[in-house]
Design a protein around this ligand. Structure first.
Ligand code: C2O
Ligand code: CU
Ligand code: CU
Length: 495
């Protein structure tokens, strides 16, 4: 009986998709494309105060009709907040929306009561004042809506921003530091628009099962923009702020990306790569050499989470036009070296951080997590959408799934048998012991991480250094936001 509902649902999703404006856009000439928006830098290093207001706004994404959108202190997205390692940041976060809102600091190592999970939702018109102790190593973190079960629509509407932790030593490391010039923050998201150019969020059954994807790629809110850059080495701080899309980023001319940092900070060595995989929630910092003065595009390959074998493949076929999303490359943004921009850095450093410390020889325990797209072997429906879970249980605000001892080092084994899932844990940084069935750990996963893409199975080693009471626990969940909202999330207390 459930199954019939499910199939009917997927046919309906198919019909919706077929009537919409699908297919990868053929982006216009560079000259007609928008300039890369440079977010406002909000450096709280001196004041130690961060005032943010979540608000409703309007954005003309495609230059035409305005769409309702949301942001932190602006119409869409938020500023780039920069804090100094060693300081405290007193936050005043106001909710000026007409619905409740939780805001989480993804990647910040702070105690549970400041973490901003769904248990800390702010009522409309109210505010929240956590004081964040910034003690962790330099990294590019972010903040975003985390209201259960409204995270996916809220983040999609624009409730996200970047949070940099700085230790003031980037000059010494030989890294570009000129914000918006040779140090670019790029929030990558995909979005759908209707024929009138209004941003649209209507996940049918397909979008709820696979996660909702768009056919246009926005960078800092602009579709496939162009970025003038100096003729030098430039640093790109990449954040995958998409609900569900996994990017396989590469330059169309094959030039290398020099990976210097991942989620939780700098890597011990600089890793050169032609393709960089970035799943929802993940961050990466790469250095790119534009000294040859040639314009070049950053593109992304197909995301195989949209197709695949078994039922997922069947759903893609039912949807008919899925192939437009599955095959082919899409433009993300293009870079245009400009003589007039100050060129400062002309070489790639050999290393930017100390070698990784050896793995701790003590492991206090092992836990297993199975990411379930279906519960009891069948797609379960409630409130018009699927119910998903972890270890057979959908997320329940009132049920504490796990308790961990403060200071413990644990091995977590995360498994899934359908699609790939970016698994994220709050309040920790971890090391990846294995990611894809059996092979060596991918280059992207060799540093400290807070999100790892689980392709069948992943094993991580987690050290719990931050406390979290049962009333304000840490979350662990899939960062495909439709999966998270469907219940692929759990929570843990640390103490
Ligand atoms: Cu980026 Cu629990 O989230
Ligand atoms: Cu988080
Ligand atoms: Cu998932």
């Amino acid at each position: 009986m459930r199954r019939r509902t499910f199939l009917k649902g997927s046919m309906a999703a198919c019909a919706t998709a077929a009537s919409g404006a699908w297919g990868i856009s053929a982006p216009a000439q560079a000259g007609e494309r928008p300039l890369l928006p440079i977010p406002t830098l909000m450096d709280v290093g001196r004041s130690g105060r961060l005032k943010l207001a979540a608000q409703q706004g309007e954005t003309a994404f495609l230059g035409g009709r305005k769409s309702p959108s949301r942001g932190y202190g602006q119409a869409y997205l938020g500023p780039v907040v920069r804090a100094r390692q060693g300081q405290e940041v007193a936050v005043d976060l106001q909710n000026r929306l007409d619905e409740k809102l939780a805001t989480h600091w993804h990647g910040l190592l702070v105690p549970g009561e400041m973490d901003g999970g769904p248990h800390q939702a702010i009522a409309p018109g109210e505010s929240w004042q956590p004081v964040l102790p910034i003690t962790q190593p330099a990294c590019t973190a972010w903040f975003h809506a985390h209201t259960h079960p409204r995270t996916a629509p809220q983040v999609y509407s624009g409730l996200a921003g970047v949070f940099q932790v700085s230790d003031g030593r980037d000059e010494e490391r030989g890294l570009p530091t000129d914000f918006g010039v040779d140090d670019l923050t790029l929030v990558i998201q995909d979005r759908q628009f209707d024929d009138a150019g209004r941003m649209r969020y209507e996940p049918g059954m397909f979008g709820r099962m696979h996660g909702f994807q768009g056919d246009r790629i926005l960078v800092n809110g602009a579709p496939e923009p162009r970025a003038p850059v100096p003729r030098s080495v430039v640093r790109l701080r990449l954040l995958n702020g998409s609900n569900a899309r996994i990017y396989h980023l590469r330059f169309e001319d094959g030039r290398p990306m020099h990976l210097v940092a991942s989620d939780s900070g700098y890597l011990p060595g600089v890793a050169d790569t032609e393709t960089l995989r970035l799943a929802p929630g993940e961050r990466a910092e790469v250095l790119v050499d534009f000294r040859d003065g040639r314009p070049v595009s950053l593109i992304t390959g197909p995301d195989r989470n949209q197709g695949g074998p078994g039922m997922m493949g069947m759903m893609s076929m039912l949807r008919g036009e899925a192939s437009a999303l599955i095959e082919g490359d899409s433009l993300v943004l293009s870079f245009h070296p400009d003589e007039r921009k100050p060129a400062r850095i002309d070489s790639i450093p050999d290393a930017v951080a100390d070698p990784m410390p050896p793995l701790p020889d003590r492991v206090d325990g092992t836990r297993r997590f199975r990411l379930d797209m279906m519960l009891g072997g069948m797609p379960m429906m409630s409130r018009g959408g699927p119910t998903m879970g972890i270890n057979g249980r959908p997320f329940d605000m009132a049920y504490l799934n796990e308790r961990v001892r403060l200071g413990a080092v644990e091995r977590w084994i995360v498994e899934s048998d359908m699609l790939m899932h970016p698994f994220h844990v709050h309040g920790v940084r971890f090391r990846v012991l294995s990611d894809e069935k059996g092979s060596a750990v991918r280059m992207e996963n060799r540093g400290y991480k807070d999100t790892v893409l689980v392709d069948g199975r992943a094993e991580i080693l987690v050290e719990f250094t931050q406390p979290a009471a049962a009333e304000t626990p840490f979350m662990y969940h899939c960062h495909i936001l439709e999966h998270e909202d469907a219940g692929m999330m759990g929570h843990l207390a640390v103490g």
